[in-house]
Design a protein around this ligand. Sequence first.
Ligand code: F6P
Length: 519
Amino acid sequence: MSLPKINPTTTKAWNQLESHFNKIKEVRMQDLFIEDASRADFFTLEWQDFYLDYSKNRISKETVDLLLKLAEEVKLKEAIASQFTGERINQTEDRAVLHGALRDFDHMKPEVKEALGQMQDFSKTIINGSWKGYSGKEIKTIVNIGIGGSDLGPDMVTEALSYYKNHLNVQYISNVDGDHVNEVLKKLDRETTLFIIVSKTFTTQETLTNANTVRKWFLEHASETDIAKHFAAVSTNLEAVSGFGIATENIFPMWDWVGGRFSLWSAVGLSTCCAVGYDNFEQLLKGANEMDKHFKDTDFSENMPVILAMLSVWYNNFFKAETEAVIPYSQYLSKLVPYLQQAIMESNGKSVDRNEDPIDYETGTIVWGSTGTNAQHAFFQLLHQGTKIIPTDFIGFSESLYGNQDHQNKLMANFLAQTEALLQGTEGTEVATNFRKFQGNKPTNTLLIKKLTPHSLGSLIALYEHKLFVQGIVWNIFSYDQWGVELGKKIGLTTLEAIESDGNTKNASTNNLLKKISM
Ligand code: F6P
């Protein structure tokens, strides 16, 4: 069975949403709160340590009913079942999509269990110092070399879990920018550094170039046989990894049923596992698995990923919002947005539907943002007084990790005040000039989580994974391929040839630029 292929704009619910939108588009949330005293209680969801308040949205009960009807009509239920039962729903690559299986401890695939065991043993010996480098010293630094999903997920999680980190110094090299690689290398000690090369395909230009540069640097003072003590790899391409000279016991598996941007739960997360230890890594997986169960088994009206996804569809397709923002009120989550940008925009940036027809409605949301409170002093001006509608997710934690209550109170005060200001504007207060006027009526979701732990972080990431999947189903696109990155890669290769041979490309503008580069 393949995914349903329903053009959402042909459904009854879409039609009804269009007329409903015409009624609601001028309605102000300020009035909705006055009219209905139960609004704040009604539009909330509680699940484990998560509390989602979505009352500050430009919606009524009817909006939510219609959005959920749309989800039914596009056969979301069937699509969720297809994903979790391992049907080959990534049709254009003929693959199943089973990142959920990487964290399903109740029904764990033997190969996943084995890989987790391998990760546990490996990380343990690195952390406890029994793994020795070529000169007999313990490993102090781990460097992950990868890009895209082989970098963003592990980097984001390692940063997010800094509080739970051990003594290891964990770093990430992704860009093919040689200056950055040199900056990293100049601070490293060969004798105490271990490199993990992560590439699902092991063909990615950036990763292979960086890995070769690092290998050469390593061999300036060490021998080929020392590579086994300082290099590990994660890939599906075992042949290419062996060709690189990595010892068989240091090779960790990947599977074609795990997309790169959903792979942090696999051995791609090995650097994280070393940084925080296997037990914390397992908690991360368990938290994600709890969210999987919630997503699979909960009625749409109580289903957090479904509600968030459908609200986003509402703004994207009816209000024609151009972007949406994510603002975590935790500096630990400073890398969440770049991670989400790949997950969401690589998945849903599509303009051909599942019938292979061109699409005439909006798909993939543009996601951006940064941490609060910093963002308040940067781009919040535009959220408050700009002309654009930018639905924003506010993510906060009710407990801080170090327990500094003074800071935490101020952080939370800002977190709450901003959504209220965005909603309320200067309504009811005298303002001296129009310059000082805030219209309010700006939509936000507030996701309040008890505490940042490996478990809650796992659930949070999985929440966004499922949200983007729901949106892909509604938009009738294939979320799990990424053909859009191929053309640039291909032209990149011929452009490199042109640079190396003083040749030309097909385009006059590029040729002028090439001449400037070689001058
Ligand atoms: O070019 C995009 C992409 O294919 C991503 O989807 C992927 O995460 C990244 O490149 C890295 O790929 P690999 O792990 O095969 O090196």
